[in-house]
Ligand binder design. Sequence first.
Ligand code: HEC
Ligand code: CU
Length: 349
Amino acid sequence: MMKRWQALKRLLPLLAMFSLLLSGCGREDLSVLNPQGPVAEGQLGLITISISIMALVVVVVFVIAAYVLIKFRRKPGQNEVPVQVEGNHKLEIIWTAIPLLLVIVLAVPTIQKVFAYGEDKWNEEGVLQVEVTGHQFWWEFSYPQYDITTAQELLMPVDREVALRLRTADVLHSFWVPSLAGKTDTNPDGSINHMSLSTGNPGTYIGKCAELCGQSHGYMEFRVKAVEAEQFDAWVEAFKAPAVLPEDSQLAEKFRTNCLSCHAVGDQGGFLGPNLTGIGSRETIAGILLNDINGAKGSSPVKDNLVQWLSEPQEVKPGNTMPDPKELGFSDEEIEQIADYLANYKLDY
Ligand code: HEC
Ligand SMILES: [Cu+2]
């Protein structure tokens, strides 16, 4: 007895460490336990049903096991072999029927919801259509109804259903916004997956790629920003304004030839990289450097983050496909100027 206690005592610090480690896993903003829309609410319902059934089974089994262990244990002086029982129809039927019933109770709502949430609502009246494309390691959002393509931040109006068509430009990714809906894979076989989401609460909801997709998979974050309908309309209008380029014409030319081969601003440029229109009013740079006044060092966190990204893109997101601007011939000073230009490229909405 004494020995066992000593061994346990030695394990205690280890157990304490594990519980500390695990407590670090919870991120408030990535929790499914605080749903902000009907889809996430339904999914939380499924979690609740399955955990309740599981807990019920565990409790019943443990109570029966404890009862049997105590009641039928060998008592002092009791040496004869107890009566041996083989087969009991009643019991066998009971312990087959109950699990079957539990599985049915779990399966019916699960199958219903899995199909309902993956339904194609693209052509339903009044929905906002958004095409989602996963890239290593960023998200592209296109709004065919408005002829807009943006990245990293999916802006949506509150109280309007958003129908999503999901695909990938390269490997398997998974679109997941814990507070609103998910997860839905983007398949490399060219097929398109559907899902929908909506919320009545304005706010910023964090999303994450939920399918290991390469070196910087863990940094493949995005935001879903729900705003009032008027604000959404203002964003659409601001987005469609003519492109803003750096004021210095030499720098503008350098930016156009080196950066707009992949990036777009306004109606100019390409789509191999994230659209940079209005990047100064986004909440992140590259989806992972937070433009939060309290979080970043300087007086302009957006600019600081841009400088950091443009100076060492491979440090921020190892394995990403953007070339190092320094290798494209940009000096530290020019990076500073480009960062300044992009930080001030804001959309008024
Ligand atoms: C070969 C294509 C390519 C070129 C050229 C290129 N980029 Fe990029 N850029 C990318 C890709 C791809 C990403 C997304 C990286 C990621 O997040 O995984 C990116 C990301 C960015 C971001 C962050 C975007 C966001 O949504 O937060 C900025 C800012 C940026 N690039 C600026 C520049 C500038 C300035 C230049 C010119 C010096 C440039 N890029 C040249 C492909 C390119
Ligand atoms: Cu991914």
